[in-house]
Design a protein around this ligand. Structure first.
Ligand code: ME8
Length: 682
């Protein structure tokens, strides 16, 4: 199956828990997660580290303003960050907090080692200080008199402090950039850094005495260690380096995973990672990371989305409404690695509708739907292709097209060729961190598959006695392609991959990357229709909704959708809603349904989840009547269903329609009909 390709250690920046994280942080973490999942799937021994950078003046000031201790403040924010990563199914192996003892003791040990090497000395520092960035700058480094990183005002500050002899490493750093061009990417950043070093590297002030929320300098009660030295060390302290416990195997992880294969960071902190961090490691005599990758920013209204500016998009809101996979897909597909990109609601919604609902969602529902309709859900592996060739597993690079050899351009051959060739293209793009191109390749296959359905038109063949074997073959080819797609999208959209596999009946059995290059692997499929993967959105409606969402303390989106008919007031009587034309009423498709199952919603006390049979179709409908009905009392009831209401998710559960109830102010009563389920209500 998959080969052991060695180790792969990837890290994200450790974020400041100064407030909740926004979509920009999510962007970086989602990229790292996709890469970690991709590497694991393709046979690497992966270590994925993320965490939080909890010290520094900024955090201390915010906590004081909130009337809390810094520790209590960061504990609160970090709990939210961990929840966010859990919701987003971020597959990190370790989450480091710089307030943890395992980190603090090792940072002090690193300080001592650099000191003992003669690279730390005490002196007076005077310079321009940028508080938000926790950085000192020299006159020439300022840009228009302001912080060159964030553009904000700086203030003169003077401190008795410890210094790191960064200047002593200028030549070795220049040699690093010259000899290892892949050390820092993209190239524009490398050139910037080379320019920065050539301008003259000053020694770095690495302690502070003006506040105390930090790791104390060993043997000096007055000073705390500079937050960047503290933070950068996380990449090794989390691996148990340097050894401070005297415990056997303490630094085993370090020996196994260091040096890091990739430090993934935003472009504004490339300087810390490609100059200060390597110089620290050089001083410690330890190997350097293999690569620092600087990604671009997500912008809002032309400016950087940023906590301190307050112009942020809350990922939780988007996830609640559209699901984790939609947000992940959007972030990875929409933006080009290394470049800045504008975040707009419209772009997000268009991606969801075009790529996820129309392309991927449709391919699955059409395939599984036709399998149910024409094959009673059972698809056999074709013994002999209807086009005359025996079906054998067909792998990438193999000469045979697996279709009709006399017609190499037949849709079957074309589809199979593309299906088995996509994994290699995805790998190439992933090696370049070109997530958008990797996904584009996968979507080329998905679109080709939808076209294959149109070309082969199984619904016509299904009506012909001689067409049965061909329909089976077409559906087998589609199921195989979807199996391959489920592996290809697995690093990016784990939940959707699992749902596709469930509907294809691929229960149990792990997915292996190598299996994405083989066609004809499964002996057959027993499909099972499930919920629509990505219901189509009404863009206009969603845009209005998103525009209204206020980032601070808004109601949970989706909760308002529980059907609650407005109750009449004595003053207004029955004429409470404005008149409508008959044509408007006629747009409703009302049906009789029968409740076949009913359970409580796992995440919302007010909601019940119904399964409602309407003729041959069974739908899932979520309704806000839990206060009026116990689930077991609903089963077997005849109900009236609004059958053409756009599907939507309510607290994570798909609702494909709406049930009608009479509301007497105290409870909801079922509106019912003494008629067979499926019948129209007019
Ligand atoms: O800098 N677009 O933490 P931080 C894209 N603690 N990515 C963004 C972004 C945006 N608008 N805003 C933030 C720190 N990011 C330090 C790091 S590492 C040893 C210490 C992402 O909370 C991006 O990856 O300010 C950026 O580098 C990181 O969040 C900064 O997070």
């Amino acid at each position: 199956m998959t080969k052991d390709k060695g180790k792969y250690y990837i890290t994200t920046p450790i974020y400041y828990p100064s407030s909740n994280l926004h979509v920009g942080h999510t962007y970086c973490t989602v990229m790292a997660d996709a890469m970690a999942r991709f590497k694991r799937l393709s046979g690497y021994d992966v270590r994925f580290l993320t965490g939080v950078d909890e010290h520094g003046r900024k955090i201390q000031e915010i906590a004081e303003k909130e009337g809390m201790t810094p520790q209590a403040y960061v504990d609160r924010i970090v709990a939210g960050i961990k929840d966010l990563w859990a919701t987003m199914e971020i597959s990190f192996d370790d989450f480091i907090r710089t307030t943890e003892d395992r980190h603090k003791r090792r940072v002090q040990e690193i300080f001592k080692r650099i000191y003992d090497k003669g690279d730390i000395y005490k002196g007076d520092y005077e310079g321009w200080y940028c508080t938000p960035c926790e950085s000192f700058w020299t006159d020439i480094q300022l840009k228009d008199g302001k912080c060159p990183d964030c553009g904000r005002p700086v203030e003169k500050a003077s401190e008795r402090a410890y210094f790191f002899r960064l200047s002593a490493y200028a030549d070795r750093l220049l040699a690093l950039f010259a000899e290892t061009p892949g050390f820092l990417e993209p190239e524009t950043r490398r050139n910037e850094m080379i320019g920065f070093i050539k301008q003259g590297l000053e020694d770095l002030c690495i302690s502070r005495s003006s506040f105390n929320w930090g790791i104390p300098v060993p043997g000096d009660g007055e000073q705390v260690i500079y937050v960047w030295l503290d933070a950068l060390a996380n990449y090794v302290t989390a691996l148990g380096y340097p050894e401070v416990d005297g415990r056997a195997g303490e630094a085993d992880l370090y020996r196994q995973y260091w040096p890091a294969d990739v430090h993934l960071v935003g472009k504004e902190i490339v300087r810390f990672h490609s100059i200060i961090w390597p110089a620290m490691l050089m001083s410690m005599g330890e190997p350097l990371p293999k690569k620092v990758l600087g990604h671009g920013w997500l912008l809002l209204d032309g400016g950087k989305m940023s906590k301190s500016k307050g112009n942020v998009v809350d990922p939780v809101r988007l996830i609640e409404r559209y699901g984790v996979d939609a947000l992940k897909y959007f972030l990875l597909r929409e933006y080009t690695f290394g470049q800045d990109g504008l975040f707009t609601n419209e772009a997000l919604l268009n991606r969801i509708n075009a790529d996820l609902a129309n392309d991927l969602g449709n391919l699955l529902s059409r395939t599984v739907g036709m399998s149910g309709k024409f094959q009673s859900g059972k698809i056999g592996k074709p013994e002999t292709g209807a086009s005359g060739t025996a079906e054998t597993p067909y792998a990438a690079g193999q000469g045979s097209d697996g279709g009709d050899p006399a017609a190499p351009d037949c849709p079957d051959a074309d589809l199979k060729r593309l299906a088995v060739g996509t994994a290699a293209k995805v790998e190439t793009f992933m090696d370049e961190f070109a997530f958008n191109h990797a996904l584009e390749e996968i979507w080329t296959l998905i679109r080709r598959s939808n076209k294959y359905i149109d070309e082969t038109a199984p619904w016509i063949l299904a009506g012909e006695a001689s067409g049965k074997a061909r329909v089976n073959e077409i559906l087998y080819n589609l199921a195989e392609t979807l199996r391959i797609v489920s592996i290809l999208i697995r690093p990016f959209m784990h939940g959707s991959s699992a749902e596709i596999r469930k509907q294809l009946g691929l229960r149990g059995g792990e997915a292996f990357w190598d299996d994405a290059s083989v066609f004809g692997k499964e002996a057959g499929y027993v499909t099972e229709k499930g919920a629509s993967l990505f219901p189509r959105l009404d863009i206009g409606e969603e845009l209005d909704m998103l525009a209204k969402i206020n980032p601070a303390g808004d109601a949970v989106p989706g909760a308002e959708a529980a059907p609650r008919a407005p109750s009449d007031s004595p003053e207004t009587g029955l004429g409470r809603k404005p008149e409508i034309e008959y044509e408007t009423f006629d747009k409703l498709d009302l049906r009789v349904g029968e409740v076949t199952d009913c359970v409580k919603h796992p995440n919302a006390d007010a909601l019940l989840i119904f399964r409602v049979k309407m003729g041959k179709e069974t739908r899932q409908i979520v309704s806000g009547v839990a206060a009026s009905w116990a689930p077991e009392d609903c089963v077997g009831r005849k109900v009236i269903v609004v059958a053409n209401l756009k599907p939507r998710k309510l607290r994570g559960e798909l609702s494909e329609g709406m049930l009608l109830f009479a509301d007497n102010g105290d409870r909801y009563e079922f509106v019912t009909a003494d008629a067979p389920d499926g019948e129209k209500v007019t």
